[in-house]
Design a protein around this ligand. Structure first.
Ligand SMILES: Cc1ncc(COP(=O)(O)O)c(C=O)c1O
Length: 410
């Protein structure tokens, strides 16, 4: 596959049909990719073509349709293995998304291998999906949840992270990139420090996967989780990557078809990896679409994506911070693709509603990261988050719309 090393943004945009739409009579400016990205033509077509031509259940039929469906499903697994540089295809488990992957690790690994008093370390930056599953585990088996605070910039200082590790730390669960602030954590250094304490490391890559090159072996983690819909793929499909040796030891998360080898009423033998963790008919069309999303991303140079989005972010930051009363929340030195802000005297929801009138889709909420909002003492922020299809013109329209809203509200 040829890789575009300089990005032709106009050509990339043209591949996203939804971006040609108008909203409220204005050309759409989509700045909510942190919530979900838009989908390129090839992803939409892959899902459509799968249903039109190849739809059948996987791993079961000996007929041609089922073989094609299985090939497409397993082929996507191989592409994803390559995409995150995993050592083995057995290590990629298809799940609904990052949320399900974290719950799987908590309920399978956590319940089997953690003891009362063992510490699970998270950070104040986490999305609720990397907080609540560990609270379940606290209630279920009495683990201790330790939280590393963030600083005023919205960073997790490495020294604070290190200081929070203890001899009881058994698992560290950290976001690679914050959805609320855009902060990028140095997960490689964190994984190294955690490993020195003998802890396992889960990295929540839900945001990072679309913005940064991801190499699970280079990071040195044990689990890496992400969702397809935040990387230009369909909703309802995601990946849990875990080291083979761990998956081998972990009990299944759900029981049902496909995850078994043999079943009698007395005893069930589980299937080999990764099928032990894929009970029931999977989201085959979702996997096919995710494979197309991987091909889309691999056709672009991921380092070029990162650099381009960095330029967009710098430009947006520069423009927005000149507006009177606007405060950017989260000024990490290492951040990507997300700009969260508040304006004194204007509620984020009112701002976002006015911006919608200009065809601009931004998110106004706590972004499923209420502890981050509590830290910065705001109920919510307005968040503009970028994808590879956004342009400098989008930023100009964002800034003009915020300015207009300011004139009206403040
Ligand atoms: C950092 C982070 N982690 C986890 C999730 C959960 O992803 P999903 O809702 O796709 O399971 C999100 C979604 O916004 C996220 O941003």
């Amino acid at each position: 596959m040829s890789v575009e090393t300089t990005l032709d943004i106009a050509a990339i945009r043209a591949r996203f049909p939804i971006l040609a739409q108008t909203e409220n009579g204005q050309p759409l400016v989509y700045l909510d990719s942190g919530a979900t990205t838009q989908k390129p033509d090839t992803v939409i077509e892959a899902v459509r073509d799968y249903y039109r031509h190849d739809n059948a259940n996987v791993h079961r039929g000996v007929y041609a349709l089922s073989e094609r469906a299985t090939e497409a499903y397993e082929g996507a697994r191989d592409q994803l293995r390559d995409f995150i540089h995993a050592p083995s295809r057995k290590e990629l488990v298809f799940v609904r998304g990052a949320t399900e992957a974290i719950n799987l690790v908590a309920q399978s690994y956590g319940r089997a291998f953690l003891q009362p008093g063992d510490e699970v370390l998270i950070t104040e930056l986490e999305h609720h999906s990397n907080i609540v599953p560990w609270q379940f585990l606290r209630e279920q088996i009495g683990i201790k949840l330790v939280v590393v605070p963030i600083n005023e910039r919205g960073e997790v200082p490495l020294a604070d992270f290190e200081a929070a590790l203890s001899d009881r730390t058994r698992l560290v669960a950290i976001s690679h990139m914050s959805n609320a602030l855009g902060t990028i954590n140095d997960v490689t250094a964190m994984a190294r420090l955690a490993k020195e304490k003998g802890a396992k490391v889960l990295v929540d890559g839900a945001q990072a996967i679309a913005h940064l090159p991801v190499d699970v072996q280079a990071i040195g983690c044990d689990f890496y989780v992400f969702s397809g819909h935040k990387m230009y793929g369909p909703t309802g499909i995601g990946v849990l990557w875990a080291r083979e040796a761990l998956l081998e030891q972990m009990p299944p998360y759900q029981g049902g078809g496909d995850m078994i080898h043999t079943v009698t009423f007395e005893k069930t033998e589980y299937n080999e990896l990764p099928y032990k963790f894929e009970a029931g008919t999977p989201n085959i069309a979702g996997v096919v679409g995710l494979g197309a999303a991987v091909r889309f991303m691999q056709s672009l140079d991921r380092a070029a994506i990162e650099a381009y989005e960095r330029e967009l972010l710098d430009y947006a930051t520069e423009q927005l911070q000149n507006l009177p009363g606007l405060v950017i929340i989260g000024q990490a030195r290492h951040k990507a693709a997300v700009i969260s802000f508040k304006i004194e005297g204007a509620h984020p929801h009112d701002l976002a509603t006015l911006m919608d009138q200009d065809g601009i889709a931004v998110r106004a909420s706590h972004h499923c990261a209420q502890p981050v909002m509590q830290k910065f003492q705001v109920p919510a922020t307005v968040r503009a988050s970028f994808g590879v299809y956004n342009t400098f013109d989008d930023v100009d329209r964002l800034v003009a719309s915020v300015q207009e809203a300011l004139d009206m509200l403040v």
